[in-house]
Write a protein that binds this ligand. Sequence first.
Ligand code: CA
Ligand code: CA
Length: 182
Amino acid sequence: MTKQTHKMISMYKILGLNLIKNGTAFLKRAFHLKVNKTTRTYLRGILLNKQTPLKNVLFADPNYYFVSIEEMRDIIEHDWTDRAQYEKDWNDCDDFAFRFKSHMQERYGVTAVALCKHIELFDTDTGEHLDFHRANVFFADENGIIKLWFLEPQTDRVVEVKNYTEFIKLTGWLNKLNVFDF
Ligand SMILES: [Ca+2]
Ligand SMILES: [Ca+2]
């Protein structure tokens, strides 16, 4: 490696990180979110009301931070997670879900977003088992009431989860919820 190339590589490393850091600051300023705090205990209560088996829900923290569903929809629309090209192993369902959760935490301090793991997919017409899947669920308030939402991070589609046991019809399949990892 020439001295010149070495210098260029060093510069790209610094520049790349600075662009990301500044980009995060721009996004924070543009969305200007008012992040609300709640507790794991409160969220467990909401989940219990939806017939969620709490053994299937993992929490890393005692407190969680969330915004309104209007703000979440705006963020989701602008976030580029869904625009990535699907690629087996490298960029498939688990990677879309990881990326969305980490974007929300790193950029906005919104942590009430979970990886939704081991979702079972069924054919909408025949009810036949198709595959296992990963996506996201998150908490966001609507008119001051905290609700649970399901996000398909590959398509930006969001629906409210009214009951854990209901199959979610989205993106051409029926999704049967399983483990939530907050
Ligand atoms: Ca998007
Ligand atoms: Ca993967």
